[in-house]
Design a protein around this ligand. Structure first.
Ligand SMILES: C[S@@+](CC[C@H](N)C(=O)[O-])C[C@H]1O[C@@H](n2cnc3c(N)ncnc32)[C@H](O)[C@@H]1O
Ligand SMILES: Nc1nc2[nH]cc(C(=O)O)c2c(=O)[nH]1
Ligand code: SF4
Ligand SMILES: [Mg+2]
Length: 210
C-alpha cells in the first residue's frame, strides 16, 4: 500500500498505529482483577512527565495496522477488550469499536479525554490531565474518573474534576507509581475523610504482569 493510502485509512480509523496487544488482568480501577485483552494504540501528545509508557507517544514508531486484523485477533483471547495507549482518542475509534461490538465483545477505554470521544463504549475510564484537560462532552459519559496523585495539588484537581462528571461516575485516586510511598498515606487520609472517593492501585505492577 502506498503511503498516502495508509494515511487515509489511519485518518478514518480503519488502520491504527498498533504498539502492543496482550492478554492480562485489568490492574486498575473498577474492573481491577478481571481478565481482559489490552490493545495499546500509539500516539499521544498530552505529555505527562510521569507517563509510564512514553514509548507510545510517537505514532510514527508503531506500524499502521488494519483494524479488522486487530479485531479478529482480539476476539480469540477475551470477551473484554481494553483500548489504551498512548491516547486512543487521538484516532477515530469508530471502526475498531464497531467491529469489536459486532463480535459481541465488551469495549473499555482508558483515556485522558483530551480529544473528541469517538467509538461505542461499554466502559469509559476518564483519567484527566491538568496539562491538557478533557473536552466537555466526555464528563457526562465517564463510568469512572481516575485521577493520578503525584502531589498535594492533585487532590484539589481531583475535586474540580469530580464536580464535572455525572452522579453515577465512580471516583478513584491512584498514586503516581514513582511517588506511591510518599502519597499513599495522604490518599488514605483523603479517602477516609471523603468517602465518595476510592483508592486505585496499579495492581499489575505488584503482580509483575503486563
Ligand atoms: C498510559 S495511560 C494511556 C491512556 C490515556 N492516555 C490516559 O492517560 O488515560 C493509562 C492509564 O495509566 C495511568 N498512568 C500513566 N502513568 C502512570 C504512572 N506513572 N502512575 C500511575 N498511573 C499512571 C494514566 O493516568 C491512565 O489512567
Ligand atoms: N494490567 C494492566 N492494567 C492496566 N490498566 C490500565 C492500563 C493502561 O496502561 O492503560 C493497564 C496496563 O498497562 N496493564
Ligand atoms: S495522556 Fe496517557 S499516554 Fe499520554 S502522556 Fe499522559 S498518561 Fe501517558
Ligand atoms: Mg499501564
Amino acid at each position: 500500500m502506498i503511503k498516502e493510502e495508509v494515511s487515509g485509512l489511519v485518518a478514518k480509523g480503519e488502520m491504527l498505529p498498533l504498539m502492543e496487544e496482550f492478554y492480562t488482568i485489568q490492574g486498575e480501577g473498577y474492573h481491577k482483577g478481571t481478565a481482559a485483552y489490552f490493545i495499546r494504540v500509539g500516539g499521544c501528545d498530552v505529555g505527562c512527565h510521569w507517563c509510564d509508557v512514553k514509548e507510545s507517544w510517537n505514532a510514527e514508531t508503531h506500524p499502521p495496522t488494519a483494524v479488522e486484523h486487530i479485531i479478529e485477533n482480539a476476539a480469540k483471547h477475551s470477551d473484554t477488550i481494553v483500548i489504551t495507549g498512548g491516547e486512543p482518542l487521538t484516532w477515530d475509534m469508530g471502526p475498531l469499536t464497531a467491529g469489536l461490538k459486532a463480535r459481541g465483545l465488551k469495549t473499555h477505554i482508558e483515556t485522558s479525554g483530551a480529544y473528541p470521544l469517538t467509538g461505542t463504549w461499554d466502559w469509559i475510564c476518564l483519567s484527566p490531565k491538568k496539562i491538557k484537560l478533557p473536552l466537555n462532552d466526555i464528563y457526562e459519559k465517564a463510568d469512572e474518573l481516575k485521577v493520578i496523585i503525584y502531589n498535594q495539588h492533585d487532590f484539589a484537581f481531583a475535586e474540580e474534576q469530580a464536580a464535572k462528571v455525572n452522579t453515577d461516575c465512580i471516583l478513584y485516586l491512584q498514586p503516581e507509581w514513582s511517588r506511591r510511598e510518599k502519597m499513599i498515606p495522604d490518599i488514605v487520609n483523603f479517602v477516609m475523610k471523603n468517602p465518595r472517593w476510592k483508592v486505585s492501585l496499579q495492581t499489575h505492577k505488584y503482580l509483575n504482569i503486563p
